[in-house]
Write a protein that binds this ligand. Structure first.
Ligand SMILES: C[S@@+](CC[C@H](N)C(=O)[O-])C[C@H]1O[C@@H](n2cnc3c(N)ncnc32)[C@H](O)[C@@H]1O
Length: 250
């Protein structure tokens, strides 16, 4: 079986270097998550970044929230090696955990987190795995804790969804033409286009881009037990999905 693409060191390093050229809303999604953490009052204590890759969002949270501690959970050793280097200057405030989000990673947390954030990762889980993952997050969170997933979503209108992906392709092909992405990442992108645009109607499996609508995913949040559930930030095919676990005092 070929190696899962996110476990290749060259792709991990290139994603870390060039994320803003790969993902047109990369910093905007991070900004939204940072604002929403502050709005939720979830800036003190343990915060988990699920599928946190090389730790870019974790680093920004550590810098902006001095009373936070961050744990980057990811299945990729290649990404986590970079994340560990990013966490090192923060000493005991930063850490990494190698785990698949489909598995029981929450039992390895040192305490219930005040927030679980995620970005561009959970869409790799198939619908059943997403459901289970959101339920696991709900159970792990401290009372009053918040789940914020800034991820790729599927427009409910197929033509609009396809157009969003075509727009992203055009944007990324411009970055490739301008020499802003390595050949390995350009090749990874060509495979993305093959899977998602050429074979638009083909069934998706775990590890693919299993895009689901905001409504479907907010439904999973409600099933998991989250009470305050919404999508406070949406732009093209990206959204931040929010679920708040009721606090003990409510
Ligand atoms: C596009 S990168 C995003 C990394 C990081 N969240 C960011 O925004 O910079 C996707 C990440 O999701 C991780 N990932 C994908 N499927 C996963 C799974 N089933 N369990 C844990 N991590 C997963 C990959 O290893 C990779 O680090």
């Amino acid at each position: 079986m070929p190696e899962y693409r996110w476990n290749q060191t060259d792709l991990a390093e290139e994603f870390d270097r060039a994320a803003e050229y790969i993902h047109p809303q990369y910093l905007a999604v991070q900004d939204a998550i940072l604002d929403l953490l502050a709005e939720a009052g979830a800036t003190r204590g343990l915060i988990v970044d699920a599928g946190g890759g090389s730790g870019r969002l974790a680093q920004r949270i550590l810098e902006q929230c001095p009373a936070s501690r961050l744990l980057v959970v990811d299945q990729s050793v290649a990404f986590l090696e970079i994340a560990a280097r990013r966490m090192a200057p923060f000493g005991a405030r930063g850490g990494v955990l190698t785990a698949r989000l489909q598995e029981g990673w929450t039992s390895q947390l040192p305490e219930p987190p005040v927030a679980i954030v995620s970005m561009s990762a959970i869409h790799h889980l198939d619908p059943g795995e997403k459901r289970d993952c959101y339920a696991r997050c709900f159970r792990a969170l401290a009372p009053g804790g918040v789940l914020l997933n800034g991820d790729e979503v599927r427009d409910p209108i197929p033509a609009a969804y396809r157009q969003h992906m075509l727009n992203w392709s055009t944007w990324k092909n411009e970055q490739i033409a301008a020499g802003r992405l390595s050949e390995a990442m350009a090749e990874n992108w060509r495979r993305w286009e093959e899977r998602n645009i050429v074979h638009f109607d083909a069934p998706r499996k775990s590890g693919d881009d299993c895009h689901e609508t905001i409504e479907a995913q907010l439904g999973y949040f409600r099933e998991a037990g989250f009470t305050h559930v919404d999508a406070p930030w949406v732009r093209a095919m990206w959204a931040v999905l929010r679920g708040v676990k009721s606090g003990a005092e409510e």
